[in-house]
Design a protein around this ligand. Structure first.
Ligand SMILES: Cc1ncc(C[n+]2csc(CCOP(=O)(O)OP(=O)(O)O)c2C)c(N)n1
Ligand SMILES: [Mg+2]
Length: 377
């Protein structure tokens, strides 16, 4: 590669990463990074199995959503395929009081937050504007504007510090998700500056899935993304983004540092977008099949299954997980199909809290137009 840092299809990228479970399902006891931090996990057998259940379930729900889009039931879908470990590991690392700021792809984090997976489907089906109460779920609304949520998250993190909610082991912390492409945005760089200078309690979790739609990573950076953090004055760590254990361990440690008043961390989860950017995209136009094949060997789910099988987990467990995931998918499908179509005039309701004269005039014009159709709509 031009900058020598990215090895598509190789084992680890140049410069290495934190990996606690290899693609072959071998546990690495612990990893100590150059700054002397040691990362490990200490899960019970049941906890390993629960992570596996999460991974399989979020992939199954994602497959159902892709099918729903193909059948014309969703306007668009942004698939998480390949990024399950990054999302489940970091999502499970969050403590209940922590606040998450997602992009439009964090369905796995949403699921691990204990949120009903149906929640973002109004947006993707186009029957609502994708709003919910972020405080109720400790999960901000999906953000399509690339990188914008990192600034919102930074402001939120500075706010909870001012409110005295950080600085101890039970404090609150914030996590902001974004992609490799977003790192080129001004918003993200400003968020890094403000978080660094104000020592904000925030974890920047970058899922480097190697592409920003069709633009490959080498169009975003000349150095590994995690090393950018140094320039802003806080630590950066690269993890194997297809390793749920590394994702959990490093995110948990970074969040705990943040809540204890030790400031931000940038985590670069080195992963791969196995599917299209969204259902509107055709990746065969800009990437070669052998690249996708090479990443299949690093599948985030198979390695956990291999590990569990070696630990003696029986076939009944895996069958039970598949059945559970299928039930969740059927329930999702049924509920998506029964979402009521909104009254077209509802689109004027949530623009301003108190309305506005101009908006009222637009609503009236539109209502008059709609009344020219049979049945009024
Ligand atoms: C400010 C802004 N510019 C452009 C776009 C169009 N856009 C949507 S997704 C995307 C690429 C984002 O890539 P990345 O940050 O790597 O996230 P990924 O989709 O790979 O998860 C772009 C350019 C947008 N939504 N917002
Ligand atoms: Mg990307």
């Amino acid at each position: 590669m031009a900058n020598g840092e990215r090895e598509v299809g190789g084992d680890a990228p140049a410069g290495g990463f934190v990996q606690l479970l290899t693609p072959d399902g071998e546990r690495v006891d612990s990893v100590t990074t150059a700054d002397g931090t040691t990362y490990t996990v200490d899960f019970t057998d049941d906890e390993y199995r629960e992570l596996y259940r999460d991974l399989v379930t979020v992939r199954r729900l994602d497959a159902e959503a892709t099918a729903l889009q193909r059948q014309g039931e969703l306007g668009i879908w942004a698939s998480l395929l390949g990024q399950e470990a990054a999302q489940v590991g970091s999502g499970r690392a969050l403590r209940p009081q922590d606040m998450a700021f997602p992009t439009y792809r964090e369905h796995g984090v949403l699921y691990c937050r204990g949120i009903d997976p149906i929640m973002p489907f109004g947006l993707f089906r186009g029957v609502d504007q994708g709003g919910w109460d972020p405080n109720e779920f400790k999960f901000n609304t999906y953000t399509i504007v690339i990188g914008a949520q990192t600034l919102h998250a930074t402001g939120y993190a500075m706010g909870i510090t001012m409110d005295g909610k950080t600085g101890n082991a039970d404090g609150e912390a914030v996590i902001a998700y974004f992609g490799d492409g977003a790192t080129s945005q001004g918003d993200v760089n400003e968020a890094f500056v403000w978080s660094g200078v104000f020592n904000a309690p925030i974890v920047f979790f970058c899922q480097n899935n190697q592409y920003a739609i069709s633009e490959p990573l080498e169009r975003q950076t000349r150095i590994p993304l995690y090393r950018r953090a140094l320039g802003y004055g806080f630590p950066g760590v690269r993890i194997d983004g297809n390793d749920v254990l590394a994702s959990y361990a490093v995110t948990r440690a970074a969040l705990d540092q943040a809540r204890n008043g030790q400031g931000p961390t940038l985590i670069e989860a080195y992963t791969y977008r196995m599917g299209a950017h969204t259902s509107s995209d055709d990746p065969t136009r800009y990437r070669i099949a052998s690249e996708v094949e090479a990443w299949k060997a690093k599948d985030p789910i198979i390695r956990v299954r291999t590990y569990l099988e070696a630990q003696g987990t029986d076939a009944d467990f895996f069958a039970d997980v598949d059945a559970h995931a299928a039930r969740e998918a059927v329930s999702l499908r049924e509920r998506v199909l029964s979402m009521p179509d909104p009254d077209p005039l509802v689109m004027f309701d949530h623009v301003y809290p108190e309305g506005s004269p101009e908006l009222d005039a637009q609503r009236e014009t539109f209502a008059a137009y709609m009344s020219t159709f049979e049945g009024g709509h």
